[in-house]
Design a protein. Sequence first.
Length: 555
Amino acid sequence: MILSILSLITGLVLGTFVSEDAACLSGGLLASEGRLPLVAAIVACGAGIFLSDVAIILIGRAVAGGGQSRWLRLLSPSPAKIARARIWFERHGGWVVLFSRFVPGTRSATCFAAGLLRVPMKKFSLIFLAASAIWTPVAVGAAYYVGQTAAVIPARFSGVSLLIVPGTIAAILIVYKLGAMLVTWRGRRLLLSRWLRLTRWEFWPTWAIYPPVVGYIVWLSLKYRSLTLFTAVNPGIGAGGGLIGESKSEILRGLTKADDGVARWKLVSGDDVASRTAAVVEFMADAQLSFPIVLKPDVGARGAGVVIAHDRNEIEAAVAANPALLIAQAYVPGIEFGVFYYRLPSAKRGEIFAITDKRMVSVTGDGRSTLEQLILSDARAVYMAAFFLKEFEERLSEIPPLGEKVSLSQLGTHCRGALFLDGAELLTPALYQAVEQVSRTFDGFYFGRYDVRSASVDAFRAGEFKIIELNGLTSEATNIYDPRHSVWFGWRTLCQQWRIAFEVAAENRRLGTQPLTVRQVMQLLFGSPPQKTGGASTGLNATVGKRKFLQESPI
């Protein structure tokens, strides 16, 4: 019996080094079952927590003294957490130790920072001991109460006892986590961020937005008697007119007749990082480009993998991180816009369906607040707090000078922080003419969204812009994500957009373009794309004449 209790106590002490929450929960449940005295469980968990705190302090002291072994670096918290803990120590001293005990994710960083700063070991050991003495009875006692409650449940609610016990434990953990976040300003702002993203439809995931639209697409498919008719919308663009996995370089080649209307670019290939890096540098020299340079995957979506490189080292890092084909493109300064265009093959002129004014989110220093505080306190940045805090993890403890502007988003992508506004009022005859002219240069293009950059709003309205990218069938009229628009506006616009896509595709089908088969669409969505699509046809329209479009699979 004594040996059994000693083994359980030893297990709890060692378990706190892995997860103190799990150890406290286990200790309380063991005590509720009578396998271990409650006092013994509390003492074991408290001792383990204290010893693990001291161990982390010693690791911090070892690193501060020059210990840089691989194991020490592996055990160290992230640099951002350490920097934040340093600031806490400088501002609050020993009180931060007690504070960190009740805030998830801060204990190890606080202990490590204490070691790095070589705080007085005796003094802070007593503080850590006091913090453990306060925390452990609460955590173990709560688990003990749950275990005691669970013991009487089977007699009364035998049919649901297996659900009540884990449900009660989960509820306690949730309340603990929420309570721990509510006691700090940072935690409250992060909770606000989650609430805002939940209640603002522009941040909803795709699966929550698109069911009504998918239902409407199914209805359109029945109306036009083809489940895949929409893949005939852009005979000049591969992968079903831009359904998924289309090659960006192939689309940019389709715009070659637009002369200097497209930002300079080059498809980068090669077998190793060095050769591909050299190809990017050579392209910059030939095109007389200076840093920064944009690098993006040839096949990608929603800004995934896009890097703005400011020196050769960043080029090498981007190339190494993406072994697939990359596009190197000139960085175009200015303001970014999205222009959604469509044209019926039988129509003499196209239409601009929507314009999106893309705003990059930034914060301005006040000379007192850290970058983290500026992000969390900003009315717009707080929506993307989780993303920005991760993106700028190494700089969160910096205090930007008074008036200094820190740009948080550099790409015109909503999921990476950009603010999208409805720019319908920006449409002018000059802008329309410029978009119509460039669209006519691309044989087989009828439906999609241009992403462009202009020096200013006035320049954009005058039709002066550089095309960064052109997206086909599944591109969105992104003006729907303007915070002023409701989800009903978004659904209505997306449904209207797909109705137009079917109308364009139906005309192309009458002119000879064959949509992809269901099997080919399935290959695009879930497997290897076909080498040739049904879009290879003749007699597309008067402009294209008898030209045959061979839609290559995305590379």
